[in-house]
Write a protein that binds this ligand. Structure first.
Ligand SMILES: *Cc1c(COP(=O)(O)O)cnc(C)c1O
Length: 387
């Protein structure tokens, strides 16, 4: 299916709503039935019928169709956050006594799901270096049921070989889940590599305007129904119809935004790769990146994220560098119109918290939709703070 059809038409049945160009916001918790027979039929399988908005809602249904098609999956679920989507997908696929193999340092709340919550219910895990297939294979135990991937991750961008991981998982009867938030479906479609379940923090690129927190699960009809009937309806972490409409609006420009961020990011990384005050760049499409070939093989682009380590003798010099930046906002998250910087030094020396394992001279950048030359000017000025 063509991207243009998915983004601008799929799932939209305009005749049903006065030929309106934009999808309607069906802000209703409840849906009525004409007779007992249709009521009985709906209650018989809520996943196929619109009864109550915690299950199905027409605005959310339009969004689900587009997201499933974008990931080349059969179906999709939309949840109130990426974290909720991860929790629902994982919880619906494990039971007490099971073991999960997960790539090391996943997204922080994924880490907490495995370490703080699932261990309380008898589900164990092993974190492995996902850049090495042998490490994943060695960690598989007789009771392993799930392989959890995140490729690339969103700070230092380690990848996993998706095709190889999917093959390994199939051989061992494991379900594979990947957090695909970094690449978006525009640049990476894990289902086509044999991965079973794709998760997104739609808060990032898919919504793309920094105004909605939303999570996505894409998979086969069978696995989506399993999650729907199990944790989706029980956790009830749904998105509101009006937020779903905002995400639908965000999707209209998804391809444009991704291409713009990617192009600008390439230009800025190229400027930085020649800069004498940059010690190291973390960016999958840079030929010096350790997994450059794999990145090129399984992704068509990168979006706007990269990290650098700047040359500095002391943390205060990195702080000075950061303070000189005027056109990058200090914030977590990414994927909106605005460029951001996340200086790891800002995670150091927080009372009651351990310092992170990442070095203090690392800064994660997100390139939004601004003119890249205007951003380079800002970086150029900030580098004057370094020795
Ligand atoms: C932000 C993020 C999440 C969590 O998504 P929320 O929408 O904030 O709950 C999960 N994984 C990655 C890689 C993220 O960047």
């Amino acid at each position: 299916m063509e991207l243009s059809h998915i983004l601008y038409h799929l799932g939209e049945d305009r005749k049903k709503y006065y030929n309106a160009v934009c999808p309607p916001i069906i802000q209703s918790s409840n849906f009525v039935f004409d007779d007992l027979n249709s009521f009985r039929e709906a209650i018989g399988d809520e996943s196929k019928h619109t009864i109550y908005t915690r299950g199905n809602n027409p605005t959310v249904t339009i969004l689900r169709k587009k997201l499933a098609a974008l990931e080349k999956s059969e179906d999709a679920l939309v949840m109130g956050s990426g974290s909720a989507a991860i929790a629902a997908a994982v919880v619906s696929n494990v039971k007490a006594g099971d073991h999960i193999v997960c790539i090391q340092s996943p997204y922080s709340w994924t880490y907490k799901l495995l370490t703080n919550i699932l261990t309380r219910f008898g589900v164990s895990h092993t974190f492995v270096d996902g850049t090495k297939l042998e490490a994943i294979e060695e960690a598989i135990q007789p009771n392993t049921t799930l392989l959890y991937l995140e490729s690339p991750n969103s700070l230092t961008f380690e990848l996993q070989d998706l095709t190889a991981c999917a093959e390994l998982a199939k051989k061992n009867g494991l379900i594979t889940i990947i957090d695909n938030s970094y690449a978006s479906p525009i640049f990476q479609q894990p289902i086509t590599h044999g991965i079973d379940i794709v998760i997104h923090s739609g808060t990032k690129y898919l919504n793309g305007h920094s105004d909605v927190v939303v999570g996505i699960i894409c998979s086969s009809k069978k696995l989506i129904k399993k999650i729907f009937d199990d944790s989706y309806m029980t956790l009830g972490a749904i998105i509101s119809p009006s937020d779903a409409a905002l995400v639908l609006r965000g999707l209209r420009t998804l391809e444009l935004r991704m291409q713009r961020s990617f192009k600008s990011c390439e230009k800025i990384v190229s400027y930085l790769s020649n800069h004498l005050k940059v010690e190291q760049i973390y960016y999958p499409f840079l030929p010096t990146f350790p997994q450059y070939n794999l990145a090129k093989k399984q992704m068509n682009g990168t979006g706007g994220l990269f990290s650098i380590q700047v040359k500095a003798d002391h943390i205060t010099q990195v702080e000075d560098f950061f303070h000189r930046l005027e056109r990058f906002l200090l914030a977590v998250s990414w994927g909106g119109h605005e460029s951001l910087v996340l200086p790891i030094c800002g995670l150091y020396n927080i009372k009651g918290k351990e310092n992170p394992s990442l070095p203090w001279n690392l800064l994660r950048f997100y390139i939004g939709l601004e003119d890249p030359d205007w951003l380079i000017e800002d970086l150029d000025n900030a580098f004057k703070a370094l020795p």
